[in-house]
Design a protein around this ligand. Sequence first.
Ligand code: GLC
Length: 453
Amino acid sequence: MMVLLTVAGALTLASAADSFSPAKPKLATRDDEPIRRWRANRFGLFIHWGLYAVAGGEWRGKEIPSAAEWLQSSGKIPAAEYASLARQFNPTHYDPAAWARMAREMGVRYVTITTKHHEGFCLWDSEFTDFDIVATPHGRDLLGPLVKALTAEGVDVHFYYSILDWHHPDYRSAILTDDDRLAYDRYFEFMKNQLRELLTRYPQVRALWFDGQWDSSYCENPEYARRLEEFLREIKPGIIMNNRIGAGLIGNIDHDATGRPFGDYNAGFERLLPHAGSVPLYDWEAGMTLPENQWGYRKVWSGHVKTAPELARMLIQCASQGGNFMVNFGPKPDGTFRDEEQAVARGLGQWMKQNSEAICGTRGSTLGKPRWGFVTERVAKEGSRTLYLHVLSKPAGKEIRLPLTLAQVRNCRLLSAPNRPWPFRADGEQRVVIGLPDKLDPIATVIAVELNQ
Ligand code: GLC
């Protein structure tokens, strides 16, 4: 059943100023405690780590174009040959406590790590395959220590799992014969076993992030998706799943023939954000790479590499549209993060340290998109409401005009100087005017506007 969440509505604002248009109500597939927590987290770190990190986008001294984690496929490397990378995977500098500290200091509330990407290699010691971390010089579980360290830092754990598998002998990209069907059924059991293993061995995991659902074997046979979803909800009631568990294309939440959606939210915003000011219909999450299209580690990056301010502004935009935002890092094979990623973690962390109140636990703006930036809002349990004005650029006149009456505003404060009140005044009956500091934060200056009920 779909629940209609009236995100818009309750605000009794005076007539909208020219730069605002009110947001539309949003649909949700569920509205229980786990999804509320998922929503409130807002900001996550995606981590792509696997054997592709060893190769770093090169094979036998040659650069293979395309995404680094796609190396096996784009380099047309036979599975057995590719698998030999396992003998070189030895992350001697892997320090899960340092990863978890970095995540917390960066301001993320959850980490989504690839337990198994399309290459089929598993970062944990799986009972159901030998193609896992035990076959490497490292020789022991990578996931468990990370799950523990993240949990100790108060960061939620989400697991990525690829349905597509280039290594497993029973995997089929298409089911053309009876033998294919039997093989795929065996693969499906393998997948279920591995997911049960992950959910029971690491009970802290709160969400599963599926990918690689586009091969016809899976997406033309939607009963697999539905069976998998039901199986997982039975093992772990409350688990959150992205819509890529579904049998359709990415980009929209997918429904079965009866109109029931797959998964809990739309993870179709891959390296893109929804049109500024629009509100996607369902809960949603965007994932963003630093360079153009590289999720796993690639030695040489080309083209534009996004900076902390750019990514922070994307995070703000997502929050203002009621969505989550994940920045992606691809750790090096030795277990450390490249300089660009460390710089991004520091830059985002600095801004989040002062401003996370305006991101985490907020919802999308019911005021729409003003020209000078974005708005998020927080509704406290007792019903009081705070608007967060994320000012990215100074409007003409150098003041913010809000479609509120003076009586509606209890107080204002700058999140960068929270201990003193920030002045505001009325301009006629229907406008509150708020001045800006001389110098804006290079990412966004945030003004909290607490409203009277
Ligand atoms: C794509 C890619 C994959 C990456 C994912 C992240 O579907 O196949 O390499 O993990 O997107 O969104």
